[in-house]
Design a protein. Structure first.
Ligand SMILES: *[C@@H]1O[C@H](CO)[C@@H](O)[C@H](O)[C@H]1NC(C)=O
Ligand SMILES: *[C@@H]1O[C@H](CO)[C@@H](O)[C@H](O)[C@H]1NC(C)=O
Ligand SMILES: *[C@@H]1O[C@H](CO)[C@@H](O)[C@H](O)[C@H]1NC(C)=O
Ligand SMILES: *[C@@H]1O[C@H](CO)[C@@H](O)[C@H](O)[C@H]1NC(C)=O
Ligand SMILES: *[C@@H]1O[C@H](CO)[C@@H](O)[C@H](O)[C@H]1NC(C)=O
Ligand SMILES: *[C@@H]1O[C@H](CO)[C@@H](O)[C@H](O)[C@H]1NC(C)=O
Ligand SMILES: *[C@@H]1O[C@H](CO)[C@@H](O)[C@H](O)[C@H]1NC(C)=O
Length: 677
């Protein structure tokens, strides 16, 4: 035996030898190698014809005999050297080409070539036969319609092409060459089929995962479908592949074979999560083979909700941001550092539960009773632990303003002190106003030396500088008490009428009693009418002669009076029968009284006018006497007579005229005398 082949052919050659020895001892029925007879499979295919069977049997016997003779005569067996690739890879549906190379000194005519495959049960099934005379594709095999064989023995290279490769084609294909001179040789190639799987999908666990779970919890599921061969799934956490660790990380893959024969793989990741896993990104990677390479695809990243208990809480007033005042809407908020599946925040005030709907609690229209410590509690059902925190809320308040004074009534000339303030939790400021005008700042209002003008309504406004919108106010009515003050001055007036109405008005509190007294003995007491400024009293005097009327106003603080002197004037020349309405017309305006000073001026003017008239008359009398010539016609002793006569005239005149004229003449006469001298 010549055993001098490469490792691939070595075993084949040995087995061939073994089979040959078996066939020689007529126990070939047990052999695992198909019969060298080229028509042996044909027998199975064409069992219906007896003739063919006979021919086949005859041929087999002949070939067996020939082979036996060949072995016996040569003494040494020379195998055909067949070279084939270990494996050929092809995508599902593509074509696969299996090349068979052999070396032989024989021409093609002296060779028999067969293609076979090894069935899953280990049997060999021929699919192609070729010799010098024929090329036969075996009928009834899965390859009957899908194979073609190219090339001839002349080149020493034959290619079996399998089209539309199926998953079942993943078999070992045998190229068997028999040369009459060089003997027999075979090569084997395994066909590998590949299918690219679908894009993998990942499904994250939607519910939160508690860190306090005892066993690894499901994190996600990764699935890849329709791959061949089976793809692998690897889980990643933050770009680091996860490895199984008992009790910590657990990845369970399950493979299903689809009806198509393709594999689908589902992998479930279970792990014990920690708080840090809340920020981790998970994904899975699928590796799969393709002809000549290993490829991989990644799923999208996903994160998980990790539930971990609160270790600390915080409670605070979310709004208002500044100081709280009564009437405000106060929003309390509570938050913890944990992320439990079911954190139930409970708000308590004065040890009493007030709410637990959410982590927000709102107090509407707060009052000072809402002040105090507010506590937020959270209970973690996983750990059965309770965490709490508190905050103090203070509601500021400002009560109604209160004005305090010793007495609302103040005596004229004295001092009034009033204080105004409101009870408040904060510092207050007071501002005083009178008739809308600011008059003073500070809680205490001091009014010195009060007058009747001081009386009126005062308003104090109490504010809280720290909270602008807090304000309250109150009113203070001030009455000034004191003796009456009459506005009118003492007056002298004339009246041409029979009656005069007099007015007397002034201020004084309480309202004074008014007593009108006249010089003719009348006394009238009345209560005055109150006016805006104070009081007023009217009085009608009947003027028959000069009369004096006194208005005396008095109250408990004192009295004031005013005197009206009325001079009665009776006019005969101009008797004006005027009637004055007592109620409506005031005496002063209705009958303008003539002042006494004015009257004396008029008398002087009248006297001067009368004097001038008298002088004019005297002048004209003297002129008349001169013209008659009784005195002026004589010469010599003219001056003496003239003097005497003039003296006589004066005497006469004095006797005849009234006293006023006499005075005037007297004056005149003296002048005349001096001028003469
Ligand atoms: C096989 O032969 C056919 C025709 O005989 C030819 O069309 C085809 O290209 C050949 N294939 C190879 C791989 O040589
Ligand atoms: C987790 O995923 C959600 C939505 O997918 C995203 O809004 C969130 O920001 C992610 N968290 C982290 C920590 O990446
Ligand atoms: C899948 O994993 C197995 C076992 O680790 C390995 O033998 C095989 O080559 C892997 N397949 C791929 C496609 O990586
Ligand atoms: C707010 O509360 C006070 C008493 O505390 C009440 O008088 C007032 O009417 C309330 N206001 C509103 C708007 O409810
Ligand atoms: C509020 O919390 C503080 C510390 O957080 C604690 O000292 C105090 O006793 C608590 N007060 C109440 C009323 O719970
Ligand atoms: C009235 O008074 C005036 C001066 O005031 C006086 O001259 C006159 O005589 C008086 N008349 C009477 C009637 O007394
Ligand atoms: C005015 O009246 C008061 C009280 O009746 C009295 O005391 C006072 O003397 C009176 N004055 C005059 C001027 O009559």
């Amino acid at each position: 035996m010549c055993i001098m082949f490469t490792h691939k052919s070595l075993s084949l050659s040995l087995s061939l030898t073994h089979s040959l020895s078996l066939s020689l001892s007529h126990t070939h029925t047990h052999t695992h190698i198909p019969s060298l007879s080229p028509v042996a499979p044909l027998v199975h295919s064409f069992t219906d014809t007896l003739t063919q069977r006979r021919i086949a049997m005859a041929l087999r016997d002949v070939s067996s005999l020939l082979l036996g003779l060949l072995v016996l005569c040569c003494g040494a067996w020379a195998d055909v050297q067949v070279n084939m690739e270990d494996k050929v890879e092809a995508f599902l549906g593509d074509s696969a080409q299996i090349t068979c190379m052999f070396a032989s000194d024989d021409g093609i005519g002296a060779m028999i070539m067969q293609w076979l495959y090894v069935t899953r049960s280990g049997d060999k099934q021929r699919i192609y036969y070729q010799d010098a005379t024929m090329k036969v594709v075996d009928r009834g095999t899965p390859y009957t319609d899908r194979i073609s064989v190219n090339g001839t023995g002349a080149t020493g290279e034959v290619v079996l092409t399998i089209s539309n490769v199926q998953l079942d084609d993943e078999l070992e294909f045998i190229c068997l060459i028999k040369s009459l001179t060089d003997g027999i040789g075979e090569g084997r190639t395994r066909l590998r089929v590949f299918a690219t799987p679908n894009f993998p999908t990942v499904e994250a666990v939607q519910t939160g995962i508690s860190v306090s779970e005892d066993d690894p919890s499901k994190v996600g599921t990764c699935e890849v479908k329709n791959g061949y061969p089976k793809p692998n799934i690897t889980w990643y956490r933050d770009n680091t592949p996860l490895r199984s660790r008992p009790g910590e990380v657990n990845m369970v893959s399950s493979v299903t074979t689809e009806s198509s024969g393709l594999f689908s793989v589902v992998s479930e990741l279970r792990m014990k999560v920690t708080k840090e896993d809340k920020d981790a990104l998970f994904y899975c990677e699928v590796t799969y083979f393709v002809p000549g390479a290993t490829l991989m695809t990644e799923t999208s990243r996903f994160n998980i909700t990790v539930n971990y208990p609160h270790t600390a809480l915080d409670i605070w007033v979310e709004s208002p941001k500044g100081k709280i005042k009564e009437g405000d809407r106060v929003e309390l908020q509570c938050s913890g550092d944990g992320n439990p599946a079911s954190s139930i925040f409970t708000f308590k005030h004065v040890m009493e539960e007030i709410g637990s709907d959410s982590n927000v609690y709102v107090l509407y229209n707060v009052s000072r009773r809402n002040s105090g410590v507010y506590e937020c509690t959270v209970f973690d059902p996983d750990t059965a632990e309770e965490v709490f925190q508190n905050t103090t809320v203070f509601v500021n308040y400002l009560d109604s303003a209160v004005v305090m004074t010793d007495d609302r009534k103040v005596v004229h000339g004295e001092q009034l002190t009033a204080t105004c303030n409101a009870l408040s939790s904060l510092q207050t400021e007071t501002t005083w106003f009178k008739e809308g005008e600011e008059i003073s700042k500070g809680h205490t209002l001091i009014l010195n030396d009060v007058t009747y003008d001081t009386a009126g309504t005062y308003m104090c406004v109490v504010t809280v500088p720290e909270i602008e919108s807090m304000t309250t106010s109150s009113l203070l009515h001030v009455d000034v008490e004191g003796p009456p003050e009459i506005m009118e001055q003492d007056t002298e007036l004339e009246s041409y009428d029979k009656s005069v109405q007099l007015t007397c008005h002034g201020k004084g509190y309480p309202a004074p009693q008014i007593t009108w007294t006249t010089s003719d003995g009348k006394v009238v007491t009345s209560t005055p009418t109150e006016t805006e400024e104070g009081f007023e009293s009217l009085f009608t005097v009947h003027v028959t002669s000069n009369i004096t009327a006194v208005c005396n106003a008095s109250n408990k603080y004192g009295a004031d009076f005013v005197t009206y002197n009325i001079k009665a004037i009776t006019h005969t020349t101009t008797p004006e029968p005027t009637t004055i309405s007592q109620s409506t017309v005031q005496a002063e305006t209705a009958i303008p009284p003539k002042k006494i000073k004015k009257e004396s001026n008029g008398v002087i003017i009248a006297v001067i006018i009368i004097c001038i008239l008298l002088l004019a008359i005297l002048g004209s009398v003297l002129y008349f006497l001169y013209k008659k010539g009784k005195i002026c016609g004589q010469s010599g002793k003219q001056d003496l007579t003239k003097e005497k006569s003039s003296k006589d005239n004066i005497v006469v005149e004095m006797k005849s005229d009234n006293t006023e004229e006499a005075i005037l003449l007297g004056v005149n006469g003296e002048k005349l005398l001096t001028s003469d001298q």
